[in-house]
Design a protein. Structure first.
Length: 257
């Protein structure tokens, strides 16, 4: 990757009126942190072009007008206008090219895991990793081939193949990625549908009870009808001797005469 560079101008103060004027003329107020903190301003268009290629993990050369030597820096932080969506401020970190530093770089996964064909899902757990190296050896990204991974397989940070001169400065036991079975989701019924279903289930026993209750009076009515039918017979049987007695009474009276 070619060396990226920017040209900056020094600014004497951080007053709001000064920074607003700089933004109106196409500059970004910035600060370069290092052995000494230097207030500078850089062209917005030039920074956006460089930042799209460098990001926060690639060295950039900044030359301040009036100085002959370029300074090697990393983008430490930046601010974005919430409405216009362009950069409004940048903090740079000046580095010593002869001293190792600890920084984080992105991890890029390449290939399609074999476990995908088995119905698995690639779960990416760590998107960046901390490394330690000289500023000139900072990689733009660390790439890892995940094609051999089958169902249930995992890769850890210690499995990363780092470039020469770059050492891992992170916990090697952290899971980088893994192939897992897809999550199963249970269908959740809407509240209204669930309530209607519960009401229908509650109504079923009531209908049964009503049917049984209706059957019970019917059976009682049937028994009462049968009892009413038999009642006259019983009364006739009871009055039969009286009829006989009335018939015999004149005979006794005739015999007495």
């Amino acid at each position: 990757m070619e060396q990226l560079s920017l040209t900056a101008i020094k600014r004497e103060n951080a007053r709001k009126s000064t920074t607003n004027k700089l933004r109106q003329t196409g500059f970004i107020p910035s600060v370069m942190y290092g052995k000494e903190n230097t207030m500078i301003a850089i062209k917005l268009a030039a920074f956006e072009k460089v930042f799209s290629a460098a990001g926060e993990h690639t060295l950039v050369d900044i030359t301040i007008e009036g100085e002959g030597t370029a300074r090697k820096v990393l983008v430490k932080d930046y601010s974005i206008d919430p409405i216009k969506r362009h950069v409004t401020h940048v903090d740079f970190l000046e580095v010593d090219s002869k001293k190792k530093l600890r920084t984080h770089v992105p991890v890029k996964l390449n290939g399609t895991p074999a476990g995908i064909a088995e119905g698995g899902v690639l779960e990416h757990s760590q998107y960046t990793v901390y490394i330690k190296c000289l500023p000139g050896n900072i990689p733009h990204a660390i790439e890892m081939d995940v094609s051999p991974l089958g169902m249930g397989d995992s890769l850890h940070l210690r499995d990363l193949k780092l470039p020469e001169g770059v050492a891992l400065a992170d916990d090697g036991g952290k899971v980088l990625c893994s192939i897992v079975a897809p999550a199963k989701f249970e269908e959740v019924k809407p509240v209204a549908a669930a309530a209607a279903e519960g009401a229908a289930e509650g109504a079923a026993p009531a209908e049964g009870a009503a049917a049984e209750g209706a059957a019970a009076p019917a059976e009682g009515a049937k028994d009462a009808k049968a009892g009413a039918k038999d009642a006259p017979k019983a009364g006739a049987a009871k009055e039969a001797p009286k009829a006989g007695a009335a018939k015999d009474a004149p005979k006794d009276a005739k015999a007495k005469k």
